[in-house]
Every structure is written in C-alpha cells, then in structure tokens.
Ligand binder design. Structure first.
Ligand code: PHE
Length: 454
C-alpha cells in the first residue's frame, strides 16, 4: 500500500502551523509573557525558540521524513524496540490531551452562538459555572450529561474524525487550507478592532513594558521553554507523524523555520489583541490592567464575555469572531493530535485507516464525553495540569537524551536534513539538542518533582 502524502509543500506547512497554532497561542502566550517580564520575556522566549523549539522541530521533521512512519514505527526503524516505546509514550500523551482538548473546543463552539445577544448576561462567571457547566451540584450527586457541552462535543468529533477519514491530502490538508487562512483573517479583524478601542494603549503598555528585574530568575526561563514545547506541538509525536507524509524531495530545515516563525508571529498577534482588549476592560472598570489580566478558561470564558458586554457597536459579531477563532485554532490542533494515534494504530495493528479512526478516535470521543458530565469536569483540570507539567517536559527530555546520547543519532539525522535543505545544519544544532535543551529540561523536571513531592 502506498503511503499517503501531502499534495504540496504549502499544504504541509499549513497543516504543521495548524497543529502549532492552537488554544495555547491565544489564551496561554499573552499571559505567560505578561507574567514573566512583558517585553523582557522576549529574550528567554527567543532563546528557547532558537535553542529548543526550532532545533527539535527540525529533528522531528527529519525523523518522520527519513523513517516514514508514525512516531512508534519511526523510532522502531531508527533503533529497534529499545526506541519504539518512546513513540508509544508520546502517542499516549497525545491521546489523553485529545480527550480534553476537544471539550474546550466544544465550549468555544457553544460560546460562538452565545455571543449573539450575550446569553451569558452580567455575571459571566456565574453563567459559566452554574448555568453552562452546571457545577453547582456536588460532584457525584448527579452524574448527568450536560447537554450544552454534549452536542457541540459530538460535533467537534464528527468534524475531526470525518476529516481524518478523508485522508491526509483530501482531509487534513484541505481542511487546513481553508481553516488557517480563515483564522488569520478573522484574527486580524479582531486585533484591528481591539487596538482601536479606548484604553488599548494601556493594555499594550502592560504587555510590552519590559521588566528586566526577574530576567535572571530560572522560573522565567522554564516558563519560556515550557511554553515553546506546548506551543510548537513538539515532543507529542505529532510533528513526526505529519512529516512522515512529506514527499521525498522536501526542504526540512526550511520548513521547520517557517513553521516556528509563523507560530510565533501568530502568538505575538494574539498577545496584542488580547492585551488591547484587556486595556479596554481595565479602562471601563477604572482598575489597573493587572486586575483583569488572566489566562486559560478564565480569560476566554469569563473575562472575554465581560469585554464583549462592554463593547460599543456590533459586539455580538466581535464575540462570535473571537470564539470562532478559538474553535478553528483548536480544531486544526485536535486533528493533528488525533492523527498521531490513528497513524500509530494503523501501522502497529495493520488495520485500515478507517478502522483506526473508528476505534482510536471513537474511544477518545467516548472518554471525552465523560468531561461533558458534571462529575467528569472535575477531572479536566487535573488531567491538564499533570499532562502539561509532566507529559511534555518529560517526553521532551527523554527524547533529546535518547537521540543525542544513548542512540547517538544526531549525526545521521543531521546528514539527512542537510541533504534536503539549502540551510546547512552545523555544530550548533547538536549543541542545542545534546546540551542546552537537556540541561534546561532536566532542571525543569527536577524543579517540578521537588515542588510536587515536597
Ligand atoms: N500547539 C497547540 C497549542 O498551542 C496545542 C497542542 C498541544 C496541539 C499538543 C497538539 C498537541 O494550543
């Protein structure tokens, strides 16, 4: 059976960017940057991007391109059974993430509709928890399904799995060709609207104002590295899977640079949009920006609805654009996470793609429905915390140490990448993978373990 392939270089890059650009860019980056030094955070951020993000992206693209398999198969072809488990570990982390990432997309989808007419009213927090998520009952008391989430959640899975069934080129590539340009246009409209609001300058000052005081604080550097891993979708087996569908003639290193910079560009844009809107909110409430700045669920589903309430003019449309952007950014990431284990299952069990989508994707969908029940929602937070903290940094650390030190494959991979590209990888690439990244990630893991155990 011929392996599926991307139809064009742009198709692959759009899919890789689609995976990278997700909820993390919109609701995570702005706050992480703001909290860790504002303008000064760009120093550790760029350092992490250039020493870990892009080098690992190049490494994962090379592995996929050279060994032409999902992560477990690629690792197996590289070094046999002693490497294959690493691929399965990453696939497992991806599987777990997909079960709850889908739930957040479902919320965003529902909120797109709520935006028209601001269904959330004045008390946006009360609305989110009591009316929408129905968390006012004691956990376990009623395990009933929350229909407001259930229906969009089913839709999220039908769309995602439907796209995967259509295949790499006809499904994933075509979807990204439509979703990503649409996302960029919607987001540009949001940013332009946000920066022209009263008080926007206040928010932008808070975001960009450099605070060099803590720049040498290790936690700031750890935040930068942690964010880059999540944001670029590296150490999840995803980028290996996607690059395994590249045609033989592909410029790997160049593709990695484009993907990395496009992701960061979007992230910066999101930071500007989010903080301009927060500046507006702070001005309306006559409080400092620090009081309204937040991230994650609180930012998207509590603070943004408040901002939308206050906006002059066509605020429903602005709200819908915002939540639709979250939905699209999330869907293109969910496709990539799901494809990771669909490909792993197809190759390991020798089953058809459709069966793998049905069983793998179907199981993830069933598990994610647990998160649409009152009891299940309590697990969402815990799953997110542990997977992000331990899953990503740990897989990343083991991956670079295995490849650079145990299997000693950086030389082979470097040669392969250099055969494909005009950009020549030199010794710096090996230093980044073999020294800088393991040291920073090792420090990060050590800190996490002592912090959680002590
Ligand atoms: N990179 C995506 C984001 O920024 C998240 C993601 C993580 C996607 C892991 C796939 C896998 O939100």
């Amino acid at each position: 059976m011929n392996r599926q392939q991307w139809g064009s270089r742009a198709g692959f890059i759009l899919a890789a960017v689609g995976s990278a650009v997700g909820l993390g860019n919109i609701w995570r980056f702005p706050y992480v940057a703001y909290e860790n030094g504002g303008g000064a955070f760009f120093i550790p951020y760029l350092f992490a991007l250039l020493t870990a993000g892009i080098p690992i992206l190049i490494m994962e693209f090379t592995i996929g391109h050279k060994y032409r398999g999902s992560a477990p198969l690629s690792f197996f072809r590289m070094s046999g059974k002693k490497a294959e488990w690493l691929g399965w570990w990453a696939v497992f982390v991806a599987f777990v993430i997909s079960t709850y990432y889908a739930v957040i997309i479902a919320w965003a989808m529902r909120y797109t509709i709520f935006s028209f007419g601001q269904a959330w009213g004045e008390d946006t927090e009360g609305f989110l928890f009591t009316e929408f998520l129905q968390l006012d009952v004691a956990p376990g008391e009623t395990g009933g399904i929350v229909w407001g989430i259930f229906i969009p959640l089913v839709l999220v899975w039908v769309i995602t799995l439907g796209i995967l069934v259509a295949g790499v080129k006809k499904g994933i590539e075509y979807a990204n060709r439509i979703f990503i340009p649409t996302l960029v246009i919607l987001f540009l409209i949001i940013v332009i609207r946000a920066v022209t609001l009263e008080g926007a300058a206040l928010g932008l000052t808070a975001f960009f104002e450099p605070n060099f005081e803590n720049i040498m604080d290790p936690s700031v550097w750890v935040a930068a590295y942690g964010h880059i891993f999540f944001s670029l979708s590296i150490a999840f087996a995803i980028m290996i899977t996607y690059s395994s569908y590249l045609p033989k003639k592909s410029d790997i290193t160049n593709n990695a640079f484009i993907t990395g910079f496009a992701n960061s560009g979007f992230e910066l844009l999101a930071g500007i949009g989010v903080f301009a809107a927060l500046g507006f909110m702070a001005t309306q409430l006559e409080v400092p920006v620090s009081e309204v700045a937040s991230a994650g669920v609180g930012l998207a589903f509590v603070v943004f609805p408040q901002i939308i309430n206050q906006l002059p003019g066509l605020n429903g449309i602005f709200g819908a654009l915002f939540f639709l952007s979250l939905t699209l950014a999330g869907l293109t990431s969910l496709m990539s996470i799901t494809e990771t284990y669909v490909a792993g299952l197809t190759e390991k069990l020798g089953i058809s793609r459709n069966k793998a989508v049905l069983f793998g994707g179907g199981l993830a969908a069933l598990i994610s429905i647990l998160f649409a029940t009152q009891g299940g929602l309590f697990f969402l937070d815990a799953a997110d915390y542990y997977i992000n903290q331990f899953g990503v940094a740990a897989v990343g650390l083991v991956e670079v140490v295995m490849i650079a030190w145990i299997l000693r494959k950086t030389g082979v991979l470097q040669n392969h990448a250099n055969l494909t590209s005009d950009i020549h990888l030199g010794g710096w690439w090996k230093v980044c993978l073999g020294l800088i990244t393991p040291i920073v990630l090792g420090y990060m893991m050590f800190g996490l373990i002592t912090q959680n155990v002590l």
